[in-house]
Ligand binder design. Structure first.
Ligand SMILES: Cc1ncc(C[n+]2csc(CCOP(=O)(O)OP(=O)(O)O)c2C)c(N)n1
Length: 652
């Protein structure tokens, strides 16, 4: 990742949207940044961390998004220019504080970056968080490209200080993760003075309950909004181009602006419609919108996500422009209110309005050729991943129960969630039976429920309160997830006398989002040693009576520990330890693996294949297993899975 502080003002560089946002914050004189990793937002924190040693700002990975939000908000109340970044779902975690801080506003510029994920490339939903900006009544920016991502991040600090409110910067995956040409600006060398004044411009300014109370503070917030709207009216990120006589208008926001401009070019219609591109999208710049709507009979709204701006436009237009026909994603829909846009989709949808045929895709032949080369496949756990050992042990422990048992394994979010993807599962019979057992074929077929961080354990607890008698009730979580959201859920289960088993799959890192450290790692965000937080004493302190810590790579002892936990009446916890192999191998791997299959001993039973490790191969012709020496990490799990003891380790 290129360091965002190595370039001089006036230089250009190819930057990922997330790097561009980070650079914008640096140019604005950032003093503190806090984040919890989440794709597609994580590189904002990563690039600020990479730049931090040469800079004077503080950056941290917080325990979760609510904490990160509060860290940054607290710093802002003491005057610092602060930023918090998270993925779409992260905002749901931070929501309580997010909704309340605007009541007294902020002091130092405070920018809230949320990276949405239309098409759910990396997320469990496609939520459009621009709704949340309007819900919290704070200004909202939406960049069209990487240059705007940088410029808006910088401008957002200025707007925040001008209206004394947090400012929302909504990115999307294809801004955050795509790269574009960015012209660097001059970093602000001044730093806000740090200080604290309890009654700053308002009695009990930072105490939402303090006199004059929450309603008056809400009233104050409303008094700020006309100032924010004026800034939106004059913002360089909102641009109107209105050819004389145009009857059709296009309103496009953020990235959809780029798609629409290109689509109109392809259709040869670039000069035909009135074109309003909005980047400072909330509050709606009504004067500009009014100017745009004058004389139009049809408006097409193009936006990535939900019909957020479209519905605002409808609300605005209903009195003065009631004859206007508005097309978008709600009524007179020309776009789906799900999935994502691209230039082809926009061109096809708008072509009829300009008497044009949707243009042929100029890259169609290349796309087709490439599609033939790419083998469709799902993600898998890595070779030798400790989660494979944990799931092998869980499968073995559950196999000891009657076949008709319907155990419920409530999943959670992390690399281990792949145990719910069912990629190797055979044909499964759909059924309307009330309760039905489905035997897992592989580790990719084990989880029965899977939603959001921390949800699995409370779901298991809820199920345990029903006198559920068909099987065992379990939940799994990773170490980062344990600290993020499982702590209160586990305490709730203990306090309310649950009868569930929680498996904590502790691989020491927040792996799924790119190996960020967490309290289980023993390193801080800067890579410095810090005290490692042991999970077991925390669980014990909560009053869990059945608790064990085992090596995820020792299948027999891991199975025994899970067996014992399942038999225990009450909440039980098994911590399965095994460092992420990618991290470990980066430190130690020097040669090809030593593990091999003794083909004479192999009977072709595929028990090793069912472990689900990508390093274990099977030759259908020879009916023998084999080991990929490049991928294999010599973890020994497949040797334990082989009933014939045919998998061995070479001596060197
Ligand atoms: C609310 C929320 N924040 C962030 C994320 C992004 N995310 C996905 S998995 C994960 C944590 C993974 O770490 P861990 O629980 O340790 O499991 P591992 O991937 O290491 O197996 C995170 C932060 C998310 N899905 N939801």
């Amino acid at each position: 990742m290129s360091s965002i502080v190595n370039h001089k003002p006036g230089e250009r560089a190819l930057l990922m949207g997330n790097e561009a946002i980070a650079r914008g914050a640096v140019e604005a004189g950032l003093q503190l940044m806090a984040a919890y990793p989440g794709t597609p937002s994580s590189e904002i924190g990563e690039s600020l961390l990479a730049a931090a040693p040469q800079s004077d700002f503080y950056v941290e990975w917080s325990i979760n998004e609510k904490v990160a939000y509060e860290v940054a908000a607290g710093a802002s109340l003491a005057g610092a220019r602060s930023m918090v970044a998270m993925k779409n779902a992260g905002l749901n975690v931070a929501m309580d504080t997010f909704m309340t801080i605007p009541y007294g506003g902020i002091k130092g510029g405070f920018v809230v970056v949320v990276a949405d994920d239309p098409n759910a490339h990396y997320s469990s939903n496609e939520q459009d968080t621009r709704f949340a900006a309007a819900y919290a009544e704070i200004p909202c920016f939406e960049p069209e490209n990487q240059q705007e991502a940088k410029d808006m991040a910088k401008a957002a600090f200025a707007v925040s200080e001008a209206v004394e409110l947090p400012v929302f910067l909504r990115s999307v995956s294809r801004i955050s993760h795509a790269s574009g040409d960015v012209l660097f600006g001059e970093p602000d060398k001044n730093r806000n003075t740090i200080g604290f004044n309890k009654h700053y411009k308002m009695p009990y300014r930072w105490n939402v309950y303090g006199p004059p109370g929450a309603v008056n503070k809400h009233q104050w917030l409303h008094a700020q909004l006309p100032k924010a709207q004026k800034l939106a009216e004059d913002s360089p990120f909102n641009k109107l181009n209105k050819p004389s006589g145009a009857k059709t208008g296009v309103l496009a926001t953020g990235l959809a602006g780029a798609y629409t401009r290109e689509a109109l070019l392809r259709l040869g219609a670039e000069d035909k419609p009135a074109f309003l591109k909005l980047g400072f999208v909330w509050p709606l710049p009504e004067k500009l919108v009014d100017e745009f709507l004058q004389g139009l009979d049809t408006v097409i709204v193009v936006e990535e996500g939900d019909p957020v701006i479209e519905n605002m436009l409808r609300a605005y237009a209903q009195d003065k422009f009631s004859a206007l026909t508005i097309h978008g994603k709600s009524r007179n829909a020309i776009f789906n209110p799900y999935g994502e846009l691209n230039t082809d989709v926009v061109a096809a949808a708008v072509a009829p309005f300009f008497g044009a045929q949707p243009p042929a895709d100029p890259k169609a032949a290349e796309r087709e050729e490439l599609a033939g080369l790419v083998i469709p496949r799902s993600s898998t756990l890595c070779a030798g991943c400790s989660h494979l050992g944990s799931y092998a042990a869980l499968k073995a422990a559950l196999a000891e129960y009657p076949e008709e048992s319907v155990h419920i394994i409530n999943g959670d979010i992390g690399c281990y969630e792949q145990a719910g993807y069912g990629i190797f599962a055979g044909a499964f019979g759909l059924s309307t039976e009330n309760s039905k057992a489905y035997a897992p074929e592989s580790p990719y077929d084990m989880l029965d429920t899977l939603y959001v961080m921390g949800s699995g354990i409370s779901m298991a607890h809820g199920q345990s309160k029903l006198g559920y008698a068909n099987g065992k009730l379990l939940a799994v979580c990773g170490d980062s997830t344990f600290f993020h959201a499982v702590l209160p859920a586990l305490l709730n289960a203990v306090y309310n006398k649950s009868d569930i088993t929680l498996l904590v799959l502790d691989n020491r890192w927040t792996c799924m989002t790119g190996h960020q450290p967490n309290p289980s790692t023993g390193l801080d965000a800067w890579g410095q040693d810090c005290p490692r937080t042991e999970i077991a004493p925390i669980v014990a302190a909560m009053g869990v009576q059945s608790l064990s810590t085992v090596d995820a790579y020792n299948t027999a002892s891991a199975t025994a520990a899970i067996r014992e936990a399942l038999a225990f009446e009450g909440p039980s916890v098994v911590i399965l330890e095994g460092e992420c192999q990618l991290q470990k191998q980066r430190r130690i791997k020097k040669a090809l693996a030593k593990t091999y299959v003794n083909t004479e001993g192999c009977v072709g039973c595929k028990a090793c294949v069912q472990l689900g490790c990508p390093a274990v191969k099977f030759s259908p012709g020879e009916k023998k297993s084999g080991i990929d020496g490049v991928l294999c990490v010599d973890c020994g799990l497949c040797a334990q899975a082989c009933p014939e003891k045919a998998i061995k380790m070479r001596r060197r």
